[in-house]
Design a protein around this ligand. Structure first.
Ligand SMILES: [Zn+2]
Length: 444
């Protein structure tokens, strides 16, 4: 099946003014403006109302946190008191609530133009042992590409950490289950729909031994490694107090200075740290909204990229964001970076879109997604400019970011339309909202 996505209003690709040819799951040709395809097509999609982007790629989230958005126990708090308020609540999570949180987050991301979702789930405990399996099932049902991490907590209150004792697991259990899900679901082939990465939670809640063992397992199964790092000044003080060194030294001590690794946040790094991360190819997922809400600080995106680190974009968990809208995140990235660098010239809409596409793909270690180019997977997000907010806009691609696009009209994943006319075909959104709202009440 060959489809011509014809004559888009705008497109984020060079020499593709006439559109894109998709064959099965891949992009097989770009059509220059005013030209027609060089070979016959089976189907034509008229994109004259659409601005076409590469499918957006999220690189940090905690899906279950959609169940505690705008929670009075946690809002208006910085990270450490925020975690202290929320962990006991999260400890009441069960598998039905978890599944609804996952389903809602994935649908919300998909409708915002996201074609590859990522979840950093560290809630795997008694009654939730199959959390990773649930996430894979839900991603497959929705037809979305997913990197699901097997997260972990090995330290709890009895060790002086914040998580309640019952949500932490011993290291042997964590590593055995990590190996189980890697064997069951991790696909390293081109066009993979499901990948697994390993994601011990943060320096405060896992041991160095678990970090090192996870790195060995990642080597064996050729998968990614992910953790939170350098999110707050408090975390740096914690590392100095407990280990006698800074977060970047902890990363090195754990054998995690390597290209398999991408970090969430990466805020409190010096210029020297950025150079070191870049030399070792460590990626950073920038989470501008979460960083602003929790007042954590400002990620040195430009220094990191300059040093050679992949920089991706993430909405982070819905308890801190509180949304799961990746297109909104692109706009926030533009605004936060302009404020941070105090320059409107250093960071443009194209930079923010690059982080959400190519940069995120590099963080996940993928070369088959993240751009509209021949040979890449046919993951596309199409937006219209029919709303009041876009009226009068000139550059269509810039309009998406500057005017605040937040809902795709069409989304294609691996050559299949997963969003049509702004909705997911066959998906009962109203029922999901009702069930998810009822589940969230258990967290009140
Ligand atoms: Zn996070």
């Amino acid at each position: 099946m060959r489809t011509w996505i014809r004559n888009p209003l705008g497109i984020l690709a060079d020499n593709a003014g006439g559109g894109v040819i998709v064959e099965d799951s891949r992009i097989v040709a770009l059509v220059a403006a005013g030209m027609t395809p060089s070979a016959p097509v089976d189907e034509i999609f008229d994109a004259s109302r659409h601005v076409v982007l590469p499918g957006l790629i999220n690189t940090h989230h905690h899906f279950f946190q959609t169940l505690c958005r705008a929670h009075p126990a946690a809002y208006n708090k910085d990270l450490f008191p925020w975690l202290t308020a929320l962990y006991p609540i999260w400890g009441r999570l069960n598998r039905d609530m978890f599944r609804l949180g996952v389903r809602l987050a994935m649908a919300e991301l998909l409708l915002s133009g996201c074609t590859t979702v990522m979840d950093h789930n560290y809630m795997v405990f008694g009654g939730l042992e199959d959390a990773t399996d649930i996430e894979v099932e839900e991603a497959r049902a929705l037809g979305i590409r997913a990197t699901v991490t097997r997260g972990s907590l090995s330290l709890s209150q009895k060790d002086g950490a914040v998580p309640p004792d019952h949500v932490a697991q011993d290291e042997d259990t964590i590593l055995a289950d990590s190996e189980r899900v890697l064997r069951a679901y991790h696909d390293t082939s081109e066009g993979a729909m499901t990948q697994i990465a390993l994601a011990p939670c943060a320096p405060m809640s896992v041991s160095i031994g678990l970090m090192r063992a996870s790195a060995e397992l990642a080597e064996k199964y050729d998968c990614g490694l992910h953790t939170h790092l350098a999110e707050t000044i408090d975390e740096e003080a914690f590392c100095i107090g407990k280990f006698g060194y800074r977060p970047i030294d902890w990363l090195e001590d754990c054998n995690w200075l390597q290209p398999r690794v991408w970090l969430a946040h990466g805020i409190h790094f010096t210029a020297e740290d950025c150079g070191k991360l870049g030399r070792h190819g460590v990626g950073v997922c920038h989470c501008p909204t979460s960083n602003a809400v929790l007042a954590s600080g400002f990620c040195k995106t430009l220094e990191l990229e300059e040093a050679g680190s992949p920089v991706g974009l993430g909405v982070d968990g819905s308890a801190s964001n509180d949304g799961s809208n990746l297109m909104e995140e692109v706009r926030h990235a533009l605004m936060v970076n302009r404020l941070g660098y105090m320059s409107a010239e250093k960071v443009t809409h194209r930079d923010a879109l690059r982080w959400a596409t190519e940069g995120s793909a590099r963080c996940l270690g993928r070369t088959d997604i993240g751009a509209i180019a021949v040979g890449k997977q046919a993951d596309l997000a199409l937006f219209t400019l029919d709303e009041l907010r876009f009226s009068g806009a000139h550059d269509p691609v810039a309009a998406l970011v500057h005017c605040g696009a937040n809902r795709a009209d069409r989304v294609m994943v691996a050559g299949n339309w997963r969003v049509v006319d702004g909705a997911i075909p066959g998906f009962d959104t109203a029922a999901l909202i009702a069930d998810h709202t009822a589940a969230a009440r258990k967290f009140s």
